[in-house]
Write a protein that binds this ligand. Structure first.
Ligand code: APR
Ligand code: ZN
Length: 272
């Protein structure tokens, strides 16, 4: 894909500076993982993937832990069945080129960026990762890997006794929960590296935002902080969104309407 001419001076101005990518569900859409608010989104009433947002709350987990686990085990199967796409590969190639001048902030819990080659060190998974679970009683700070052989299951498959046993906390035997940030919870540095993410946004020379509708607080705050600090801001999305508005207000901002799988590799090639 040929980049819009307006992108070139913004990209070239980085010239040895720091680059942050901030991604949302749209970067994984071409890997076959539903977004949240798109036509077939998890939160879109009427979509075949529809689930009430309550499923992503601590309140629901306390009320009906098995039901919440059922949904996350279904999503785990969806994520494990997906492969990183060209956009994920391109973001990983930028880290390979830039090293410590790079940081990735992702809202996605699907783990596709890490599977594409981005490092845990330079990746802030600000909403967690569906491949990890942790003790409800926080008997330790440990994040436990989900059993690798959990077979993909139907969205309404009941939890078996064996599932419950294998999801038990390896340290205290108590209940565990998905390592995912829920709507009625808060960003915590220890769990989600949220402060690291905000610092990266405040000190970067270019922020590239891909595939997010900006419905959650940290990403929009990060984009505003980066813009105020004078960073270039490039938004890649199919639809209008708050990041495109921030980019439009800047002389070194640009909103590119296009698919992540097409636009991100072109941006990455110019950042080398
Ligand atoms: N290329 C680029 N953008 C795309 C593509 C694509 N192929 N497909 C969809 N998009 C865009 C949509 O237009 C939309 O703007 O990606 C965005 C996805 O928005 P959401 O579904 O709201 O997902 P996201 O922004 O990541 O949600 C943020 O909200 O529900 C919580 O924790 C959940 O991490 C999630 C957070
Ligand atoms: Zn425990």
């Amino acid at each position: 894909m040929k980049l819009p001419d307006a992108a070139l001076p913004i990209l070239d101005r980085v010239d040895g500076g720091r680059v942050v990518f901030l991604t949302g569900a749209g970067i994984s859409a071409e890997s076959g993982i539903p977004t949240f608010r798109g036509e077939e989104g998890y939160w879109t009433v009427g979509s075949k993937e529809y689930h009430p947002q309550e499923m992503a709350t601590q309140a629901m987990f306390q009320r009906a832990p098995d039901e919440v686990w059922r949904w996350y085990l279904y999503r785990l199967g969806v994520c494990r069945g997906a492969a990183p796409n060209a956009a994920h590969a391109a973001v990983a190639s930028v880290e390979e080129q830039l090293g410590d001048r790079f940081c990735l902030i992702t809202q996605n819990v699907d783990g596709l960026h890490l599977r594409a080659g981005n490092s845990l060190d330079r990746t802030c998974q600000v909403h967690g990762n569906i491949e990890l679970h942790r003790c409800v009683d926080r008997c330790s700070a440990a994040l436990h890997r989900m059993p690798p052989d959990f077979a993909p299951r139907d969205r309404d498959a009941p939890l078996s006794a064996d599932d419950r046993q294998r999801l038990a906390c390896p340290d205290c035997g108590g209940r565990t929960r998905p390592h995912v940030l829920w709507f009625d919870e808060y960003y915590e540095e220890e769990l989600y590296r949220s402060e690291t993410a905000m610092h990266a946004a405040a000190t970067c020379d270019l922020l590239v935002i891909v595939g997010t509708a900006g419905a959650t607080s940290l990403p929009v705050h990060a984009a505003r902080v980066a813009a105020r600090a004078g960073a270039g801001v490039i938004d890649v999305n199919l639809d209008a969104n708050p990041f495109a508005e921030i980019a439009h207000e800047l002389t070194n901002g640009l909103a590119i309407e296009g698919r992540a799988g097409e636009v991100v590799p072109a941006l990455a090639a110019r950042l080398r």
